[in-house]
Design a protein around this ligand. Structure first.
Ligand SMILES: [Zn+2]
Length: 246
């Protein structure tokens, strides 16, 4: 590469990249099917796709083991991270991003937002998002409220989540992996409820999640054989609506 006057060559390229990024951002915002503050449980889609989601991590050794399963199967998932765990296990948080998975905000300290003052709920969301951004470089655009607890102050166009540009992502398949230690119970219960566009709730943190690792390995194999493709939540949110709505 020539050492002569790099400034002239670099500057126009930088401007082109900035303009292109801005245009893409504006286009994405204009066509966002689920804007900030919207609450999503499942996404109507024509294809057989599902989104695996893991809450409460990052938490060794379970997050590592789940990442190994996903890598071996060549699939992607979404991790809703707790801010204080991100600060405690930054290397693991960065591994999630490096391996192509999506991350979302699960609050700073896993507090139920509907039990907090509006100011405290705002802090919980902002602090969680900031920890994720500082450690991984990713600005989360999706928020799963801890315990799925929501109220009118949090959701909607004028709610606290929208202030932070976050879409609220709940789930349509409840595995109850926190209520059992049986991988079979988790896998069977999940497979019974799955349908195209499903959002599957699992946990990689908050306790011993060995059974979740095993259940994930089984489920992924079963679902792949049933013709399911695995997408991240942001990918799922951007799939075309078969009903033709935006
Ligand atoms: Zn949680």
């Amino acid at each position: 590469m020539s050492r002569g006057s790099p400034g002239r060559a670099v500057l126009p390229t930088t401007i082109v990249v900035v303009v292109a990024t801005l245009a893409a951002t504006i286009a994405a915002a204009a066509s966002r099917r689920y804007p900030a503050g919207a609450v999503v449980y499942r996404v109507p889609v024509a294809e057989r796709v599902v989104a695996l989601t893991f809450d409460d991590g990052p938490r060794p050794p379970f997050t590592d083991a789940i990442l190994d399963v996903l890598r071996d199967q060549g699939i992607v998932a979404t991790f809703f991270l707790v801010g204080e765990n991100v600060e405690r296990y930054p290397t693991l948080a960065r591994r999630i991003v490096r391996e192509g998975h999506a991350i979302g905000n699960h609050g700073w300290a896993h507090r139920a937002l509907d039990g907090l003052s509006t100011g405290a709920a705002r802090n919980e969301i902002a602090h969680g998002a900031r920890a994720i951004r500082q450690v991984t470089g990713v600005q989360p655009r999706i928020l799963r409220p801890p315990f799925g607890a929501l109220d009118a102050r949090i959701s909607g166009r004028n709610g606290v989540a929208a202030e932070h540009d976050q879409t609220l992502v709940m789930w349509s398949v409840e595995t109850r992996d926190w209520a059992t230690r049986s991988p079979r119970a988790v896998a069977v219960g999940t497979l019974r409820q799955v349908e195209p566009g499903a959002v599957i709730l699992l946990h990689d943190g908050g306790g011993n999640r060995e059974h979740v690792v095993t259940a994930t390995r089984w489920m992924v194999g079963h679902l792949a054989r049933q013709g399911y493709r695995f997408v991240t939540v942001p990918q799922l949110l951007n799939l075309p609506d078969p009903r033709g709505r935006r």
